[in-house]
Every structure is written in C-alpha cells, then in structure tokens.
Design a protein. Structure first.
Lengths: 267, 267, 267
C-alpha cells in the first residue's frame, strides 16, 4: 500500500481497538461503499485525505454522473483512483443505458473516463435474465470489477424471493464479484428493511444461503442502527454500502468498537 | 450565458435524459432555490463549481446574514453573482427590519452589499396589507427582484385561505415577480404540507387558482418525496425552494429522470 | 480577543438582535459545543472562518480521535486553539483508556497533542465513584479543563436519578468545571429526552437543583426543537452541546432571535 494511504495515528501506540480483527486496505471483506450524491472536488479531496483508508468504493449515485461538469467528474475519478478506491456510476445509470440500447457504448465511455467498477441492477428498469447476464459478462470483458444489485426500488415492483436467489446464482456465474442488497438511500421499506428501517433477519439468512461466502454480499445500510446491528451480528469486517460521506468516520468507529453502541458488546 | 456556467458532460453525447424539457439558465421556470444555513466561502465555491448550473437562487436563511463576518458575506454574494444566481436575505430578516422601522435603510444596505433579490413575508411578524404592498413597491424601486412568501411559520398563526389568495393578488399587483409557498425547513405542518409532510393537493390547487401562470409559484419542498411528487405532477420545470445544498444534484437527477423515482414514470 | 475572532458585520450597524444579552467570547455561559464526527482540515478551517465566534468547544466524537491521520488530527487541534476554542476527545475514548488501564498515559498523550479539555463519563463503561473522582482530579492536575457527563447511552444501563445527583456533587468537588447532560447524537430516548425527543422538564429541574448556578450545565441538544425550547426557557446564553456543525449558524440565529421560532417570543 502506498504511503499516503496509511493512517499513522499516535493514539494507536497507546490504546487498542476494542473490537479486533478489522482488515486493512486493500481488503476483500469489510468493504465500505459511500453514496456520493454530489460532492465537489475539494470536498472529495478533503474526505479522502481524512478517511481514504476507510473507503473501498465510491458510487456516484443514480445518474448523477451525467450532471457534473466534465472536469469535476474527471478530477473526482482521479482522486478515487489515487487513494485506491473503486469508483462507479449508480446502477440506475446503466439501466438507462440499457433502456436506450447503448450498453456497449456506455461501457466504453466509462472505461475511457476511468471508472473502475460497474453496477448492474434492475431496480427500476425491467431487464430479462439473458440481458442481465450479458451485461455482467460484457462489463467483465471491459476489465471492470462488476457488482450486481438485488432488489427493487419501488415496493410495487417487488419480485418473489426465489427469483432473487436465482438472480444471485446467475450473477455470480456471469462474473459478478460482489452482490449488493438494496437498502436505498433511506434504509426503509425495501426487501431488507421494513418501514421503520429494522432489518428482516429472514431476508438476510436467505441472501446468505445463496452465496459461497458471506463477504460476497454488500449490505446497503445507510442508518446507524442498521450498521450497528450488522457489525454486532457479523463483526467489524461486514461489507456495507450507501454510507453517507458525513457518517464515514463514525461508521469506522462503530466497526472497531470506538463508539458506545458496539463497545458495549465486549464489556 | 458565460462559459463557466455551461455543463459540458460527455455522457450527454451518448445518453438522453429520460425526462425531457428541462430549461437551461437563465430560465423563468424550473427554478431551484437553495436554503443556505451557513456555508463557508470555499464550500460555496465548491458547490457552485459543481452545480452552479442547477441553482437559480440562494436564500441566506432567516437572519443569518447578520451573523457572518463581513468579508465572508461579501465573498458569498460575489460568488453567487459570478454564477448568475440571485441571492437574498431570508424573509424573517426583512420582517425584523420592518419591526424595527428600518425598511428603507435595510433596502439601501442590501443594495450596497450586492444582494440581487428581496423576499417580503409575514411568516412571523404581523404586517398590514398596506405596509406589505409598500415594502414590495419600495424593493422594486431599489432595483430588486421581489419574491413574496405566503404562509405562517407557526401553525397557531394560520390565516384563512381566502386571505392568502387576496395577498397573492395584491403582491403581484405591487410588483412581486414570484410567490413562494411556505414549506419551512422541515417540510412538515405548514399549510402546504401535513404533519407527515404529505402535500395537500387542495392547497396546491387554490394557490394555482390565484396566479396567471403556474411558474409564478415557487414551492418550498425540502423533502425528497415532495420534490418527486411535484415533478411527477408538473414536470421537470416546476419551481422548488428550500432545497438543502447537499441535495442539489440529487434534485436535478430527479428533475431529468436520472433517478428511479421519476425514471419509473416514463417506463 | 484577537482580531480574527471578531465578527464585524455591517448589518449590526443598522439592526438590533431581537433577543438581547448574548455574551461574546471568551464567555462562561452561552457555550456552544459542536459534535465533530469527522470534519476534514479544510472543512474545519472553513467552519471556523465562518462561525468561529459562535463555537466554544469542539468534541471529536466517541473515539474518532484514533482514526485520523496524525497530521490531520494535529491541524484540527491547531485550528481550534487558534480560534480560542476548547477541543477534546469524546468521553467514550477516555472510558476505553480507563478500561485498558491507561489513564495516566492517555492524559499525557492528550496534553502532548494539544487537546485543551477532557471529558470524563461513564456512558458505556462502568466506573466506580472512586475511579471517576480520581480521573477528574488527575485531568485537572494535567492542566485540562474538565467536563463530566451525566447519563448512560443505552436505556438498559440507566441508574436512579439520585445517583446522578450525587455524581454531579462529587464531580464538582473533584474539580469539574462543567456538567454535560447526555443527549446522544440523536436527541432521543435519553434521561433528558423521551423517545420523540421531547424534553423532560422534571429531569431538567432535578439537574439544576444539583448545581450552584445554571450555567454549570451543558445540555446536549442536537435537535432544533430542543434548542428552541431551551432558549425560550433559559435565554440566549444557555449552554448547549452536540450541535451538528451544519446547524451552527442556524443555532446562533435562534439564540439571538434572528429566526421565527424565537423571534416570535418577543412580539
């Protein structure tokens, strides 16, 4: 790892993290993905200088990639790469490309601009299993790390859980490296969370039953109580996504027991 | 429009906005007003570099204008003007000036400092129709774009709807260019929204009945569900205010269908 | 006070604050403590340039002190001191030091790094009255301003109110200069606030009964309605803590009546 990515904090010469076992970057588990809804260049730089060691992936939410001045977009992508962070456009943006029959051009342009990962989802646009499999495979062929998302954004669009489990198997077979479970930005009223944001443990168990190892799954967990519960259940190295940038350091504190809510578990 | 205000984003060479018809700056409809509760100079600069094309008005909320170091205030005003954005003190501040019998001096000082617009309201301080009409007219005379606000901040102060409709007519006659419908910062428990933040469609219809064209009205809509509903009802070019700066790009994504919640409407 | 800490705002040559009597820095009452959950260096600088006159204390929340790159941490501490602001690690961090039997080393390292205050709490870790008294006394001996916190983070850990009152007496005797009443980051479901965040006035009265003067207490009040109620009850110079940095200027507007919710009280 390059020097600018190391956190040399003197407190760590004195105190131990209450929860042990947190992995360092580059890591395969314990990933944190932030949902970037419009950070400027200097904000991004400040965030990464402060907390780059705790970010593994940046999602430029929804289709916001198309709304930045090109220069701003390129600088954001460059900063992410400098800090060893994967950066990708939100799944909705690829859904739009598919809907406009521009998948190949989309992948080529994303590659040219420097994105390092691609999310394939059908949260809003309906996509056949064949098209989905092909999209994953093409993204892999273009050299991207491919993440697929399971879940619908609108409760009216929900599908039977068996269909989701089949989708996970198919995605992994097509070359996806991680499966993202939809939590939306609000963390409420998705398959994973009820209307108050409480985790449906049955849903969690079913998702886990479909993968070869738990770290295959990234749980979108925007709310603190969700993060806390996932850490208490699965330990510091559970993968979490849709983290608001302002909550990033607070999340890392939860992971390692530097906050009351998880510290309490070891007393 | 000057070059620094153009968004040249390469994705737009490839993909189309799912919702078409969004106006470019300078525009008369589709206005976005942000509620600035204390951005610093560099934060403001970063916001405008990133999203200046999507902001039409900046309100320095309540009386916060009086709390900035003068240099910070002047730089903020200068940045807004450079990006072709109207900037004005919150309506409460003018109410205080009226209450302290300093309207004329208030307008002169606002002009000297470089504010380009004035909001006339009676959200907290009671103002007679004559004083309100005079305040609007004097602000117009000073060369300001004048916005008036309809609605009371405290539910206990509510007035009959007929009085609000008369007020709209009077404001337009006095020279107001836009009518702002109160939504507060919370988006809850105003005339326009109920305690959960749901839009009262009857209230919307009544407000619209009082103006010559829909774009005369700016709806304060701080919550995403409110923004989404207004866009689905009135299209991408509905005027919205009290947008939190952090939500600005996400709002623009909603306007043009780059987010699931509005994208879904065209599928 | 040094020149860079003065707010010279020209509006104040014209208008008076509706609520009078707000103290200037350095002040003994009317303190505002912000909860910093991960601001970067430039964000901190921007915040202090904009609103340094309204901040008396910065708490680096929970154990986040251990998560910053050392250079970032040192620059943040330096900026706080330049603006005449006390800065200290969250109480949970000291609880961890006590739990790992490193109190003395903790205080020495905090002094070396430049923190100016220490919070002693038992929000998560159980600490005997003797250890608590000793920790306060040792922190005073190291030259720190000492704040102690009353309250448990987890509702299951609550203690009888009489024990809290005894704790306040003991803390003051040991050398604490201020007593912080726990409000958490959420402002809900603590001893002070119910599940909806409403203040328990009986709890307030009991806390006040235990101190020699009201300004001895800092009320953690993260939600606007709580801030508003405290100002309406105790005036502009009530001490408040756990203020989100983004709400700082809005809080100051509330304090001096530049916002409808407190302005209304003097009409």
């Amino acid at each position: 790892m390059e020097d600018h990515q190391l956190v040399k904090n003197k407190w760590l010469e004195l105190l131990q993290f209450p929860l042990q076992g947190r992995s360092q970057k580059p890591r395969q588990k314990g990933l944190t993905m932030i949902l970037d809804k419009g950070l400027g260049v200097e904000e991004t730089r400040g965030l990464l200088e402060t907390a780059g060691a705790y970010i593994d992936m940046i999602k430029l939410g929804f289709g916001t990639s198309a709304l930045y001045p090109q220069k701003v977009l390129q600088e954001k992508i460059g900063l992410a790469r400098y800090y060893g962070i994967d950066i990708y456009p939100g799944g909705t943006f690829l859904e739009i490309a598919l809907h406009q029959d521009k998948l190949k051009e989309f992948l080529t342009m994303a590659k040219t601009m420097g994105y390092t990962a691609i999310e394939v989802s059908d949260g809003t646009v309906s996509i056949s299993p064949e098209v989905r499999a092909s999209a994953v495979a093409q993204a892999v062929d273009h050299g991207f790390k491919v993440l697929t998302e399971i879940g619908k954004k609108n409760p009216l669009d929900r599908v039977p859980i068996e269909k989701s489990l089949e989708q996970i198997h198919a995605d992994l077979k097509s070359g996806a490296s991680k499966i993202i479970v939809e939590g939306r930005e609000t963390g409420k009223n998705t398959g994973l969370y009820d209307r108050e944001g409480h985790i449906d443990r049955n849903h969690v168990a079913l998702m886990l039953s479909a993968v070869d190892k738990p770290e295959r799954i990234i749980w979108e967990a925007p709310l603190k109580e969700q993060q806390q519960e996932l850490i208490l259940d699965f330990g510091p190295d559970v993968n979490m996504g849709n983290i608001p940038p302002l909550e990033l350091i607070a999340l890392e504190a939860l992971r390692v027991g530097l906050r009351g809510d998880t510290l309490r578990s070891i007393l």
